[in-house]
Design a binder for this molecule. Structure first.
Ligand SMILES: Nc1nc2c(c(=O)[nH]1)N[C@H]1C(S)=C(S)[C@@H](COP(=O)(O)O)O[C@H]1N2
Ligand SMILES: [Mo]
Length: 435
């Protein structure tokens, strides 16, 4: 054995002792130097004053931890047990046909972990056996085909990062504020890396007849939920998705296969997808007549309102994340647009009188959650915090009164207006609406 190589046993022994105590001490010293210097305003002085110092060895450093595969499929730390999906009791007459919201007030970056993606079911989440499941494509096609999951996996696949939002997100607040939590005002949105086959690839395989104009997508759940999708979208960026953030779809998200329409209202992304029928006109099923249509002030309804227009919200501070003391903070939030990339997000501290631009952080992707932040030194003054997203098409997120003027207050869908948090002098945050 060469002297650079090390046996398996020695390697494990090395791992067990891999943090030399002087290295740990140097690291901590540097940490202390950093926190007393650059960011004094936010560092806690607890560790470097009084009886306790950061050099004290805590109990978890004095014993062995749990071994590998003690959790064969990993779960979050027990200290994160507050980071969970939640329902609003009065919205949940029956859990079989309801919605849970993602804890977006706790999430970092732009990816929603699979266990925290909001869930929307019309007839519960079925247990679909992937061996028995089939996807049929028929109607105005040359060769109707039936695909197994194995068949689908033999086509070229793509992975894309996009948000998925229920058009009812925020819809409880058309008439006034009532949700004292960011999770409930905006939690019907997620953003994942989705993997699957382009729908256009499968449509090539079956061959479209010249009269083909629309696609009906139908789910295998008890609701047999279905939507009419224009052929243009099907041939553009629609995907037949089987994986999410690197693993197969979760049952809640449509295992083993769903339709995914980037940027479009979540309802069109039919889960547990069993059938695609090609036709020459829309089918006018339940989800595009009595539901998922927008009742206007004159009593007529807007229909086929597919796109999720630009939206944004401040996630820190928010009702669940108040500010504890004065000093420096990052005002942070998320923005997204179903039409493309977010170009700019502005923040107002005075309820929309004046605006300042924020910095977009990390990945700025088309039809994906995008993070923005603004460093802010808070002197305890109350504020009316707002964020305003502008997307690459030039669309500017409207104020609530602008939106109400056009759409009235009868609808429950597509409320993407500028949101207001009232920051009180004690750091608490309230959900308010301005005239
Ligand atoms: N088959 C089927 N597909 C469905 C639904 C459903 O109930 N059944 N709910 C729809 C609605 S209203 C939304 S908002 C999205 C939610 O997707 P998610 O549960 O993966 O977040 O799925 C859509 N697809
Ligand atoms: Mo939805």
């Amino acid at each position: 054995m060469s002297k650079n190589k090390i046996s398996g046993k020695a390697y494990l022994a090395e791992l067990a002792n891999n943090v030399p105590s002087n290295a740990r001490r140097n690291f901590l010293k540097q940490g202390v130097k950093f926190s007393t210097g650059l960011v004094a305003a936010v560092a806690s002085n607890e560790a470097i004053s009084g009886n306790s110092t950061a050099l004290d060895v805590p109990s978890w450093s004095k014993s062995l931890g749990s071994g590998v595969v003690s959790t064969p499929y990993g779960i979050p730390s027990k200290f994160e047990k507050n980071v969970i999906r939640r329902t609003v009791p009065w919205l949940t007459a029956d859990k079989i046909s309801s919605i849970s919201m993602s804890p977006i007030q706790e999430l970092k970056g732009i990816i929603t972990p699979n266990g925290l993606v909001f869930e929307r079911y019309h007839a519960g989440s079925p247990t679909v056996d992937p061996e028995q499941h089939r996807l049929m494509i028929h109607g105005l096609v040359d060769n109707p085909l039936m695909f197994t999951m194995d068949d689908l996996m033999r086509f070229p696949s793509e992975s894309v990062i996009h948000f998925l939002e229920c058009p009812a997100n925020g819809g409880m607040e058309w008439r006034g504020p009532q949700m004292e939590a960011l999770q409930f005002t905006h939690g019907m949105v997620s953003c994942c890396e989705w993997t699957g086959v382009r729908l256009s690839t499968l449509l090539d395989e079956v061959g479209l007849k010249s009269k083909a104009k629309w696609v009906l997508a139908e789910g295998a759940d008890g609701a047999g939920m279905s939507r009419s999708i224009p052929l243009d979208k099907a041939l553009d960026d629609a995907l037949i998705v089987y994986a999410q953030n690197g693993e197969m779809l979760r049952p809640e998200q449509g295992y083993p296969v769903r339709l995914f329409n980037p940027g479009w209202e979540g309802n069109t992304s039919v889960k547990w997808l069993r059938r695609l029928e090609i036709g020459d006109k829309p089918w006018h099923h339940r989800e595009e007549t009595s539901k998922y249509t927008d009742l206007m002030p004159d009593g007529r309804a807007r229909r086929f309102t597919y796109e999720q227009e630009a939206n944004s919200v401040i996630t820190s501070p928010c009702p669940e994340n108040p500010w504890g003391s004065r000093g420096s903070y990052q005002i942070e939030g998320i923005a997204w647009s179903g039409r493309g990339k977010i170009k700019q997000v502005d923040i107002s501290l005075d309820g929309g009188v004046s605006w300042r631009p924020t910095k977009l952080k990390g990945l700025v992707l088309s039809k994906a959650l995008t993070r923005f932040s603004l460093p802010y030194s808070w002197d305890g003054a109350p504020a009316l915090l707002q964020s305003r997203a502008i997307d690459e098409t030039g669309y500017v997120q409207p104020t609530l009164s602008q939106l109400r003027k056009v759409r009235g207050t009868n609808t429950i869908y597509h409320k993407n207006s500028i949101h207001t948090w009232q920051l009180l002098s004690d750091g608490k945050v309230k959900n308010v609406q301005l005239k």
